[in-house]
Design a protein around this ligand. Structure first.
Ligand SMILES: C[S@@+](CC[C@H](N)C(=O)[O-])C[C@H]1O[C@@H](n2cnc3c(N)ncnc32)[C@H](O)[C@@H]1O
Length: 197
């Protein structure tokens, strides 16, 4: 368990560097699917919470040529990989990365048009507190998306049940018009819960 945590959960050291490389490639399909589920405008400001190696940020930056994509993560190893992957956009001021926790987002109220998080919520010490923080930094009418590809379960039904729980979580944090989409993927399906502030 400690090895898995150092590789994927709270990536650190050599194992964390390896985990980041392993994580980035298979997320390409999931990231493209997530982007299709959202309404993204070229000037949008987007925050990725628990951005890991920054593959979703890279994809989002291509849809926001006049906007900004910010990413936070608790792992310096992941932030280093995300910086390298997004070096060009960082240089042009279109991507901004910083070390922070989902429990205390370092942004003012109503900063972002979209706030999302992929495969990170299961690691937070308090999921409701994290989702409430995401709501705080969203503009009124902004979108939240929580994406989960739970590689630790075995069946699509289990994935869908986790999606139902997350939909209840974001509803209890005050989001409205919530929906839960499911897509079969390898090695296991993904859910994407979308809601509006
Ligand atoms: C399984 S990785 C997923 C990375 C990326 N979002 C993706 O989909 O490939 C989980 C990430 O969440 C980060 N993380 C864990 N706890 C966190 C917290 N409390 N706040 C912010 N990030 C956290 C980890 O450092 C790691 O980069």
């Amino acid at each position: 368990m400690k090895i898995l945590d150092a590789t994927f959960g709270h990536p650190r050291g050599l194992l964390g560097r390896l985990g980041g490389m392993i994580m980035a490639r298979p997320t390409i399909q999931r990231n493209a699917w997530t982007i299709r589920l959202l309404t993204i405008h070229p000037g949008d400001h987007i925050l990725d919470v628990g951005c890991g190696p920054g593959a979703l940020i890279h994809a989002l930056a291509q849809h926001t040529p006049d906007g900004l994509v910010a990413g936070i993560d608790t792992s310096p190893v992941m932030l280093h990989q995300a910086s390298r992957r997004n070096a060009g956009s960082i240089q042009h001021g279109r991507v901004h990365l910083q070390r922070a926790s989902a429990m205390a987002l370092p942004f003012a109220d109503a900063t972002f048009d979209i706030v999302l998080s992929a495969n990170s919520v299961q690691l937070w010490p308090n999921q409701l507190a994290g989702v409430t923080e995401m709501r705080r930094v969203l503009k009124p009418g902004g979108q939240i998306a929580i994406i989960l590809q739970p590689v630790w379960v075995k069946t699509s039904d289990e994935v869908k049940a986790l999606g139902d729980n997350l939909q209840q979580l974001i509803s209890s944090a005050g989001f409205r018009s919530t929906s839960c989409a499911f897509k079969e993927m390898k090695p296991i399906g993904s859910v994407c819960i979308v809601g509006q502030k």
